[in-house]
Design a protein around this ligand. Sequence first.
Ligand code: DC
Length: 223
Amino acid sequence: MGTKKIAIDGPSGAGKSTIAKHIAKALGYIYVDTGAMYRSVALYCLEHGIDPSCEEDVRKVIDDICIDIKYENKEQQIYLCGRNVTSLIRSAEMSMGASNVSKHSAVRSKLVSLQRNLAEKYNVVMDGRDIATRVMPDADIAIFLTADVEDRARRRYYEMKEKGEDISFENVLEDMKRRDNNDSTRANSPLVKAENAILVDTTGNTLEESINYLSQIISKKLR
Ligand code: DC
């Protein structure tokens, strides 16, 4: 029997990772955060003086970038060339860098194959931008999770404030709009709702409401 695959796509700040983590835990599946892989490529570039937007320069180093996913206490840990970078990649700079490197086809094909390998080995809840359209078009369940951009920016702003980042709401909103535009207008696997995906709009919902709603949809579908 094949593995079970749940795909959750959507723009940043829609609550994908928190919800996906929760669902994976409840089902005993592995949670795969594909954004963390793009963020790690961005970190590599920035640490090596490479502009993440420059396709030619990124392509030259792509084979040197070694990304490993490990599960420690059931939490995804991401290793970049042997170093645990799980918390280093969460800054606003890495968000923008990831959005920029994710346009390049050499980056996408490397990461997509890593993601497919994980989905062939484990039952997964995988979140990202192209999971149902490209990585796992055969997913058992596909969800497209979205929310109004101001709502998403507000959530991200409070998250960053809590982590002690010195940032204004206006900057977070600007960044989010720029990333939305980058991610949905790029030529390679742009962010679009897969035909078979269930559209869930979490605008105005609490996280708990969204988790409950999605858990219900998923358990009905899996039955
Ligand atoms: O989900 P996230 O915010 O960690 O993702 C960071 C960036 O990586 C996002 O702006 C677009 C890119 N990304 C992608 O292109 N494809 C994915 N499957 C996941 C993320």
